[in-house]
Design a protein around this ligand. Structure first.
Ligand code: HEM
Ligand code: HEM
Length: 180
């Protein structure tokens, strides 16, 4: 029997955000690897900067204005971490089943992703508007932006590998329904 796991609102939120995130990651890596003495590639830099605007506005607008009850419930559940759920991490390799929609690992992934986005947005905005800040502060934010991008690369790689391993969950986030 098939049941709905993610409604269209939740799927649009996930994929619009994921595509822009991966785009920012790729253009960011390109800038990181371009020697600074050549002043980087201005087109890639522009594509990075202008993608950052929908990256923040689209999920914000979807959350505020979409009528998707699934999406709101999903976010509410992902934000509700109970202290007793810690024990799940010690039993991770045993593949313990949980009776909630998301397991504690997914909740931590959501929370860390949220913190990374806030950090990347704030540090990226300082670097973008560098004329408003001191040179030392801009330099510090550059380092923070790079560091958060490196953590993101690790987290996203883990997320993609785990979802490929659970192939039924890919069907859920692409088509909405999963087999139970
Ligand atoms: C090719 C890239 C991606 C694939 C294949 C993918 C796959 C998935 C799948 C299958 C789920 C649903 C898991 C379930 O059934 O509960 C999911 C959920 C989620 N995805 Fe992705 N995703 C990708 C990219 C991203 C990116 C770039 C981000 C964030 C920057 C992201 C953030 C999330 C979050 C926060 C959730 C809900 C919590 C969780 O399940 O960990 N995803 N993703
Ligand atoms: C959220 C909004 C974001 C804003 C406003 C932003 C802004 C910026 C700015 C202004 C730069 C410097 C361009 C330059 O002058 O060379 C930059 C570089 C970079 N960004 Fe972002 N960014 C954002 C999101 C992201 C995300 C999500 C990632 C990766 C996950 C990322 C990774 C990078 C990397 C790796 C660099 C290259 C740094 C270097 O050359 O050392 N950014 N970003």
């Amino acid at each position: 029997m098939k049941i709905i796991r993610f409604d269209p609102g939740a799927r649009v939120l996930h994929w619009s955000h994921a595509i822009l995130f991966l785009w920012l990651l790729l253009t960011g890596i390109h800038m990181f690897l371009t020697p600074k003495s050549l002043l980087g590639d201005p087109l890639i830099k522009m594509l990075h900067l202008y993608a950052s605007i929908p990256f923040i506005l689209i999920p914000g607008a979807l959350y505020l204005f979409s009528h998707s009850i699934y999406m709101r419930n999903d976010i509410r559940e992902l934000m509700s971490f109970k202290s007793y759920e810690m024990k799940w991490f010690f039993e991770f390799l045993k593949n313990t089943r949980v009776n909630t929609k998301f397991n504690p690992g997914q909740k931590v992934n959501f929370f860390v992703t949220l913190l990374l986005i806030i950090g990347l947005f704030l540090s990226g905005s300082v670097v973008w508007m560098k004329s408003l800040f001191s040179v030392d502060f801009v330099e510090l934010n550059f380092m923070v932006h790079d560091f958060l991008a490196e953590i993101s690369l690790l987290l996203i790689s883990g997320h993609i590998l785990l979802s490929l391993y659970h192939s039924e969950s890919i069907r859920g986030i692409v088509y909405g329904k999963v087999e139970v």
